[in-house]
Design a binder for this molecule. Structure first.
Ligand SMILES: [Zn+2]
Length: 127
C-alpha cells in the first residue's frame, strides 16, 4: 500500500485487500490488493518487484483480465531505493541517483554501486 501511495485520504475509488486467500493451485495462498480505476506506472511495478519478486499484476478492464504478468526484477536498480549508508555519496545531496546491483534474489539484496553497502531492508528504504 505504501508503494502504491494510496490511503483513505487520497483516493476516491474502492480498495479491496485480501490476506491469505486460497490461490486455487493446491495448498498455495496469496495476498491480494485490488484498486479500482488505477493502472501502475513502470517505477511502481519495479518497486513491487523489489519487495515481492513473485507478485502478479492483473489489469482488469470491463470485468475481464486485459493483461496479466509477473513482475520482473532487473539486475540493476536505479533511483528506486536509497542506500542505507548515511555517508554514501547518494545521501550527501549530490546530484547522484542511487544505483544498486541485485546480489541475491531470495531474499532480495542489493549492493550499492558507490559504497558497496548491501541493502537488505528494502521496504524501509524505498524512494
Ligand atoms: Zn551507497
Amino acid at each position: 500500500m505504501k508503494i502504491l501511495g494510496v490511503n483513505e485520504y487520497n483516493i476516491d475509488s474502492c480498495i479491496s485487500i485480501g490476506i491469505h486467500v486460497q490461490s486455487g493451485k493446491g495448498d498455495a495462498w496469496k495476498d491480494i490488493i485490488k484498486i479500482e480505476d488505477r493502472e501502475l506506472d513502470g517505477d511502481t511495478v519495479d518497486k513491487i518487484a523489489l519487495i515481492a519478486p513473485d507478485a502478479t499484476i492483473s489489469i482488469i478492464r470491463d470485468y475481464y483480465v486485459a493483461e496479466k504478468y509477473t513482475v520482473k526484477l532487473d539486475d540493476h536498480v536505479i533511483g528506486l531505493a536509497r542506500c542505507s549508508n548515511p555517508n554514501c555519496i547518494t545521501n550527501k545531496g549530490e546530484p547522484v541517483s542511487p544505483e544498486f546491483t541485485v546480489v541475491c534474489r531470495k531474499p532480495t539484496q542489493l549492493r550499492c554501486r558507490y559504497c558497496d553497502r548491501i541493502l537488505v531492508d528494502i521496504s524501509n528504504n524505498l524512494l
